[in-house]
Design a binder for this molecule. Structure first.
Ligand SMILES: CC(C)(COP(=O)(O)OP(=O)(O)OC[C@H]1O[C@@H](n2cnc3c(N)ncnc32)[C@H](O)[C@@H]1OP(=O)(O)O)[C@@H](O)C(=O)NCCC(=O)NCCS
Length: 369
């Protein structure tokens, strides 16, 4: 068996073909559009339409898409009851995993084969689940959606009970665009593997949520901010990073399997983060952010990924830490669903090989009578 090539973590292995996204010379493209272009010129709904339907919507298609999202926002009462029953201390990602599974039992489009429609439904439901759980944790009842708001503004409205200001809605929207898709990352691959067995869309999204939760993947936005909140000053952050590097500790929000010279999405968001911090007078936060970043980039040549600026952006927007990775889910569900549809349309079950490292063949010992 030793002649089989083994690549730990499937590093460098092409595990499938996709039309949905690629990283071309360090630039992420969603269906051919550069992420920088989309970040400047498209909303999350437009990016979601692009991923799910293959093209950016025209004005009429966008209106129809938003109306369908709004139509799918209400949660089944049973799902809200389940959200009440889950103990308060359960992390939001675990709640989301359970609630998405639960909402699958009340899927109004499950009896049709229309995977695209079910994807729109799941996108709407996930935002409503996050907001409803957030309110219940704060002793408030879930709120009905206010049709007509953007997906980002709707999520904030349903969580806080008031329409967000333009800046909050725009920055959340930007992070959702940046998070929506990233080709064969661990959670998307999980969704494709689940699809490849001819399992269903909700199962794939539940599995993908489980994969995204880990701090080496989506959980890094929370982990990065947890790291930053340890420090009161940039000097404290500098001392900490020196020690972390000396002891070869992993620094969350840095590094990437695909981007070895920097994550373009992180640079896009960091520009906006700097403006946000300046407008809030949050200079010390940016100094702490830079105190960690500079030695990582200059000494280690390990660059921030999207989760690093995203953690502090969400923090400065006043969002609770426990929501950061669920917000990633709220966006990435569109990428997962697009990949599910693509896999289903041209499927072959995923069944790789392993290299055996256990004992050689041997007989079962005779039992002592
Ligand atoms: C993203 C990540 C999982 C990629 O993993 P990978 O492609 O397997 O890369 P490796 O973990 O093998 O890293 C290669 C080298 O860089 C180092 N490195 C990578 N990311 C690092 C980080 N965040 N902090 C410190 N060192 C890091 C590794 O220790 C390793 O060093 P070595 O060759 O001396 O052992 C990894 O960079 C990481 O754990 N980052 C932190 C978590 C994170 O931010 N995840 C979000 C990803 S979008």
């Amino acid at each position: 068996m030793s002649e089989l090539h083994f690549s730990p973590g499937l590093d460098g292995v092409v595990a499938g073909e996709t039309d949905i996204a690629c990283v071309d010379q360090g630039v992420l493209l969603y269906r051919g559009y550069a992420i920088e272009d989309l970040a400047e010129n498209a909303t999350f709904e437009e990016a979601a339409h692009l991923l799910l339907y293959g093209e950016l919507p025209d004005a009429a298609a966008l209106t129809a898409f938003k109306q369908r999202l709004d139509g799918y926002r209400p949660l089944a009462p049973e799902v809200v009851d389940a959200l009440r029953l889950i103990p308060k201390a359960v992390p939001m990602m675990d709640v989301l995993r359970t609630a998405v599974s639960m909402t699958g039992h009340f899927d109004p489009v499950s009896d049709t084969a229309d995977l695209r429609e079910r994807s729109v439904w799941l996108t709407a439901q996930i935002a409503s689940i996050i907001a409803a759980r957030y309110r219940l944790l704060n002793g408030q009842e879930p709120l009905n959606a206010k049709p007509g708001l953007s997906h980002a503004a709707q999520l904030l409205y349903q969580a806080n009970g008031q329409e967000p200001d333009e800046l909050h809605a725009r920055l959340l929207d930007l992070t959702l665009v940046l998070y929506a898709e990233h080709e064969f990352n661990a959670s998307t691959f999980t969704a494709r593997v689940i699809c490849s067995t001819l399992s269903d869309l909700v199962s794939a999204v539940v599995g993908a949520i489980g994969a995204l939760k880990g701090p080496l993947h989506g959980g890094a936005n929370e982990a990065a901010m947890e790291m930053l909140t340890q420090f009161k000053t940039a000097a404290e952050a500098s001392a900490w990073i020196k020690d972390a590097l000396a002891h070869k500790r992993k620094v969350m929000g840095f590094g990437h399997r695909v981007y070895k010279h920097g994550d373009h999405r992180a640079r896009i968001l960091e520009r906006e983060l700097r403006k946000l911090a300046a407008s809030l007078g949050a200079h010390e936060w940016m100094a702490i952010y830079d105190a960690i970043k500079e030695p990582m980039v200059n000494d280690k040549k390990i660059y921030p990924n999207l989760d690093y600026p995203c953690g502090l952006t969400y923090y400065l927007l006043g969002l609770p830490l426990d929501l950061y990775t669920p917000l990633f889910v709220a966006a990435r569900v569109t990428g997962w669903c697009a990949h599910f549809m693509e896999q289903a349309a041209n499927n072959r079950i995923y069944r790789p090989l392993s290299r055996y490292t256990g004992p050689p063949a041997r007989p079962v010992p005779a039992r002592a009578k």
